[in-house]
Design a protein around this ligand. Structure first.
Ligand code: F6R
Length: 589
């Protein structure tokens, strides 16, 4: 959730490097930000921190320095104010700290520190950590003080600390992601590997309870519990800087929407991998697909696809609910954990619980080296490239493509899976063609003042409806509800009045007739019917054409919804890349 970027090296504009690093992390969502720069004089640490977005802010008012670190905060403890933003300083102003996570036992420790004379300025749990380090550093080496304080902190936390004497950044993590980057005469630290791309591709992802001391010429690693010295496991990032930037597109989300045909054709072109993972699924006795938000809809798609194509039952659970489904897990169970970021706390917790039952973990994940990637027994990369728009688009399409291929491979028909994905690519390109996008833009103009939008589908189009509604509500802030068309008459029809916009997904499959009946029920109550289908129908007030792609028609259908959500957001004057109250990766429970 919060972003972290740190620099120590030969360049004297460390604060500027950090500011740029934080800007690359803005997509994660935040409500305040701050940077600390340690000047060479050993004087107090200079801090600039503000509530709100970075916008056009500069760090010209911070001193020239070769060490700096910064943070984008997503408030948990304490309101969104300048004072509560990180970094936080100790009483002397010579130790600075930033923090991701929740310091669960901060209140007891704070009380003791107040008795010891420490003076607190903010309402945050974070500030307690820096005073605790100050307290310990009175009687031990600074590194030891950081280690001891970190071990005292209950909860899932990552901290980064510096002081005016040592010219190092000290980082420790338990739960919250951190990655160190190896440079030449300079080293880096970030909460997200993509932020390091302009500087280095050589990285080490910190494991839980690992501590790193990051200096100009070396990064040393320790076990934070035992103090044992560790060797970094260096990895090379495969993404490019350009992949993580919006280029000529006005927003990252739009760029990521347009990348989707390429993502699916790459997956189809490299389908050979699928056999190994299909074998894991076949071997298991009870497979669970687990995801959160959009990824949970990919899991639901998986359930339909495995049933329809592979004639195999798989269970589905939302990450946050998975803990209540553990009774039937055993050593033969397989958990397919689906996550773009690989850092979603509810997924990581699910994986931990499944492991305790002896189950095996297959990660379907987009971020190399993420916690989920490292925890899994079997790793299947989504390979959608960096996804930075908060609303997931291309990672979702990538998840669907892999699940489709897996279902076909389990059925022993991988080639048919490749063929269906190839059709989906053609159909997505059609949806993304200029005339089709113009039509969707026009629809967005019509619907921009709507208070509610209902979306219906059946079978695979049911979760198309769920995902469409999520995309619309999370970025345009119009209330949207996705429904199984058959459920309309069990309640929701009561909400349809004259002019209520109703989107109906009607692909050329066994659901067509029954879905059409749903659209007609809405029309009969005055609904304004937007038909998304391979052919027009008189019941439609507005028609968007989507060429059939067999079982993969869900992909172009979702692209229609993504574009509609995007243009509704633009029409309403909001930023699709940074929806209010949301963060790109949800690393807290
Ligand atoms: C919605 C969205 C979220 C994520 C969810 C899981 O557009 O992006 O619902 O899908 O937070 O995130 P990952 O896939 O990173 O586990």
């Amino acid at each position: 959730m919060c972003g972290i970027f740190g620099y120590v090296g030969h360049q004297s504009n460390a604060a500027e490097i950090v500011l740029k690093g934080l800007k690359r992390l803005e997509y994660r969502g935040y409500d305040s930000w701050g940077i600390a720069a340690v000047g060479q004089t050993g004087a107090r640490i200079a801090v600039k921190k503000k509530a709100g977005k970075i916008g056009g802010a500069t760090v010209d008012d911070l001193p020239k320095s070769t060490l700096a670190f910064g943070h984008t905060r997503w408030a948990t403890h304490g309101g969104v104010t300048d004072v509560n933003a990180h970094p936080h300083l100790d009483c002397t102003g010579t130790i600075a700290l930033i923090h991701n996570g929740i310091f669960e036992n901060y209140e007891q420790i704070k009380k003791k520190l107040i008795v010891r004379g420490h003076h607190f300025r903010s309402e945050t749990d974070t500030e307690v950590a820096v005073h605790l380090i100050e307290e310990y550093a009175r009687s031990m080496m600074f590194t030891k003080a950081v280690q001891k304080a970190f071990n005292d902190m209950k909860g899932l936390n990552a901290i980064i600390v510096t002081d005016v004497k040592n010219h190092t950044l000290i980082a420790a993590r338990n739960g919250s992601p951190l990655v160190v980057g190896f440079g030449d005469g300079e080293n880096f630290l970030a909460s997200d590997a993509a932020a390091l791309l302009p500087h280095t591709k050589q990285v080490h992802f910190l494991e839980d309870d690992e501590m790193a001391i990051i200096g100009v010429n070396a990064i040393m690693l320790f076990n934070a519990k035992t103090g044992e010295h560790l060797q970094p496991k260096k990895q090379r990032l495969t993404w490019n800087v350009r992949d993580a930037e919006k280029g000529d597109y006005p927003f990252l989300m739009l760029k990521e929407i347009y990348e989707q045909p390429g993502v699916v054709s790459d997956i189809a072109a490299n389908a050979a991998y699928v056999q190994t993972h299909a074998a894991h699924i076949k071997k298991s006795r009870g497979a669970y697909l687990v995801g959160c938000g959009t990824a949970s809809y990919a899991a639901v798609a998986g359930e339909y696809l495995f049933s329809k194509i592979a004639k195999r039952h798989v269970n589905v659970a939302i990450g946050s609910e998975f803990g209540y489904h553990l009774d039937f897990l055993n050593r033969d169970s397989l958990i397919v954990a689906i996550s773009q970021s690989g850092e979603t706390m509810d997924i990581l917790e699910s994986v931990k619980k499944a492991r305790q039952k002896g189950a095996k973990i297959l990660a379907l994940v987009n971020v190399l080296g993420s916690t989920l990637y490292r925890e899994a027994d079997y790793k299947l990369m989504i390979d959608a490239g960096p996804e930075k728009g908060v609303a997931s688009t291309k990672a979702f399409i990538g998840m669907l493509a892999h699940l489709t291929l897996l279902a076909y491979a389990v059925a022993g028909k991988t080639n048919d899976g490749v063929a269906v994905l190839t059709r989906a690519v053609v159909s997505m390109k059609k949806v993304l063609s200029d005339p089709s996008v113009r039509k969707i833009k026009k629809l967005a103009k019509k619907l921009k003042k709507s208070e509610h939008i209902y979306v219906i589908g059946r079978g695979l189009s049911y979760l198309t409806a769920l995902e469409s509604a999520l995309k619309i509500k999370e970025i345009s802030y119009i209330h949207a509800e996705g429904l199984a068309a058959g459920e309309l008459k069990h309640g929701p029809l009561a909400l349809v009045t004259k002019g209520t916009p109703c989107i109906a997904f009607l692909p050329d499959d066994e659901t067509y007739g029954a879905n059409l009946a749903g659209a007609m029920e809405m029309k009969a109550r005055g609904g304004y019917i937007i038909g998304v289908s391979h052919k027009p129908h008189e019941v439609f007030d507005y028609y968007i054409q989507v060429p059939t792609a067999g079982e993969a028609t869900i992909m172009p259908n979702v692209v229609v919804a993504q574009l509609l959500a995007y243009y509704l957001t633009i029409e309403r004057g909001f930023d699709p890349d940074m929806p209010r109250n949301l963060a790109k990766s949800v690393t807290v429970k």
